[in-house]
Ligand binder design. Structure first.
Ligand SMILES: [Zn+2]
Ligand SMILES: [Zn+2]
Ligand SMILES: [Zn+2]
Length: 273
């Protein structure tokens, strides 16, 4: 499968409106962080997305998204769902299932109430099927397993993505795990996560935050999980891309960890698994 980071930025995006800091003024495209989202393409043509933030339209155009088989939500904060209306052109032929936990799906229905009202008929509405995901969701040969995590007080979902391999000797190829906006991973969820090949994890900044992992907290969680390759996402505007690379390198050096690779992700990054 192929994973594309559509956005690697925190809730306000980078550059931040009205900000004069060096990161917000950087010309380096890796310092332009749209709201966090992941595009997943299976080897047999399955296409899915995790979260539809306010830049979904721009991200979909940039990544050349022509169809979706499913939308997976982590939670209903504005930076993760407010682009949902823009899936309209992709839901014309077939309505799109939108998966999330109970809280997310009910909040999404409230937020986009016009979509579910009979009063607005005809076009102008995305055709979506809100679905509470209690169990793994199968799309073709891809399996999306919900991972309950804490985002401050909120109960949100991370997603584990696995693809059946063409190799009949192996059951699945390595898994990818996407955990954004996380401040705590409950013990039961660690079991679901296992030891993925790829871990994409939210890491806001150096300073601690009530509802998000800091860089150090995210890297410590990643070490505990033991992922082969770690990509940070949902990043704010405190540091340049190169400075975060340096931060990750020093973190590993101080702990004498050589075999583990952790780096900040960036918009447009493609990960082949
Ligand atoms: Zn967020
Ligand atoms: Zn700034
Ligand atoms: Zn959030």
């Amino acid at each position: 499968m192929k994973l594309t980071i559509l956005g690697s930025g925190t809730s306000h995006g980078v550059p931040v409106v009205g900000c004069d800091c060096p990161v917000c003024h950087s010309e380096d495209p890796r310092n332009k962080r749209m709201r966090a989202s992941l595009y997943i393409e299976g080897a047999r043509g399955e296409k899915a997305i995790i979260d539809t933030g306010p830049e979904f339209r721009l991200q979909a155009i940039r990544a050349g998204i022509k169809k979706l088989d499913g939308i997976f939500l982590t939670h209903a904060h504005a930076d993760h769902v407010h682009g949902l209306d823009d899936v309209r052109p992709l839901s014309r032929e077939t309505p799109l299932p939108v998966y999330g936990n109970d809280e997310t799906i009910s909040e999404m229905k409230e937020r986009f109430s016009y979509v579910f009202k009979e009063t607005q008929r005809g076009g102008g509405k995305p055709r979506v099927i809100p679905t509470v995901a209690f169990e793994p969701v199968v799309l073709g040969e891809l399996t999306f397993t919900p991972i309950p995590v804490k985002h401050g007080m909120l109960n949100i979902l991370g997603w584990k993505i696995e693809e059946k391999t063409m190799d009949i000797m192996a059951v699945t190829a390595g898994a990818a795990v996407y955990l954004t906006d996380t401040s705590e991973i409950p013990a039961a969820s660690r079991k679901i996560i296992g030891k993925p090949a790829i871990l994409i994890i939210g890491a806001l900044r150096i300073r601690p935050h009530e509802t998000h992992f800091s860089f150090t907290q995210a890297l410590n969680a990643a070490l505990e999980i033991g992922a082969e390759k770690v990509w940070l996402t949902h990043i704010c505007h405190d540091l340049l891309h190169g400075e975060i690379i340096e931060y990750c390198r020093n973190f590993m050096k101080e702990r004498s960890l050589t075999g583990i690779s952790a780096e900040p992700s960036f918009d447009g990054l493609e990960i082949i698994l």
